[in-house]
Design a protein around this ligand. Sequence first.
Ligand code: 4AD
Ligand code: MG
Length: 464
Amino acid sequence: MERTKVIDLLKREDYGAEVNVKGWVRTRRGSKAVNFIALNDGSTIKNVQVVVDVEKIDDEILKDITTGACINVNGILTKSQGAEQSVEIQATAIEIYGPAGSDYPLQKKGHSMEFLREHANIRMRSNTFGAVFRIRHNMAIAIHKYFHEHGFYYWNSPLITASDCEGAGQMFQVTTLDMKNPPLTEDGKIDYSQDFFGSMTNLTVSGQLEGELAATALGAIYTFGPTFRAENSNTPRHLAEFWMIEPEIAFINLKELMDLEEDFIKYCVKWALDNCKDDLQFLNNMIDKSLISRLEGVLKDDFVRLPYTEGIKILEEAIKNGKKFEFPVYWGCDLASEHERFLVEEHFKKPVIMIDYPKEIKAFYMKQNEDGKTVQGTDVLFPSIGEIIGGSVREESYKKLTDRMKELDMELDGYEWYLETRKWGSCPHAGFGLGFERLVLFVTGMQNIRDVIPFPRTPKNAQF
Ligand code: 4AD
Ligand code: MG
């Protein structure tokens, strides 16, 4: 008999039909005569109830129908008596695909997130993580749909690279050299000419630089891929391996960049509200009671567009009025997440796009403003998350760009391929990076970024 997924089964009304479902037992309860199995197959947060006449099913099979077991059920679709579901299945035959045993970790409700993280190989089978990963999938679909519908080409930057895009030097090295006995040059340095790629290489911290090349050919592109940062940040917002979406667009200015950032992120949030209702409702009940209203709030409001200098004034004013921050506030400081969250959550009470940052705290490629002090960077700051997007207009002048790189003591040598775009048909262009897990964090209401990626990579942790 053809299998029906639970999500489809729950919509059927052809009572009396013979059906087949397969899935994992969430719970089994009941009396000596009748048992009720809550069965889930991952297609929806909802379970289907399988009603078992104990007399009709072999004892050997019954004893293996415990939480976590995988079973194959034939039965008759019936109208449910209970209020919780519309249909249920009266089992006629049950086969055990895989028993679970009493050491199955997800025995009871209400495990802590830490416990579930230690069992990340199985946590997807919990309601919470099922919901999170269905939403994560939906966000990926929304992103591809948005860009496709808006004339962007999906394009891929390499993951192994010899250049450091963000210039922060937090890269994971890739090498096949013998670490115990590396070849050395005459002056005692490691001889990377003998390494696999003939030069020192790392995992990428951003696909932007290559993305810029593509934008100056295809007009508008986006990447969507893994990104690696060896920063030792043990926070609920940082991963060492995360996914980033990086659109890059020719012929747009700062205002158009901000319009795109806002429109794009609203599209993703609306997609979740429209397409992930059951999962969002579950997370709203179980994880964060203000989740859905926060998502709706983001759609309603125009994002505030705030020059950095104005932001500093607001923060200084707040301090004068008694607000306490852990880190100092002064013009030129890199805002800490407590500052960002104050602006978003307490002062404006809506998302903020901060622009025109001091050049000292931003990357070398950002377009320099006339004042000589600030650059056209844009950070989109979100409630409960802080920075969700980082982007900028790019400096398109060869002279200004290379002058800035020299000021920062950067080796121009490895960047020729990038700088050549500024020599050959340079054009105004801009782009941004959205941290995929930060988006999923916002949309699910989860508290820790480790809980929105299947197997998180963080300092001292690469299990599974
Ligand atoms: O602000 P970032 O560093 O910007 C760039 O990498 C630019 N090259 C993007 C561009 O203009 N094409 O990173 C962009 C976003 C951040 O706003 C944040 O959402 C996310 O990437 N992000 C991280 N997410 C998880 N863990 C980390 N360690 C992250 N670092 C950045
Ligand atoms: Mg940033």
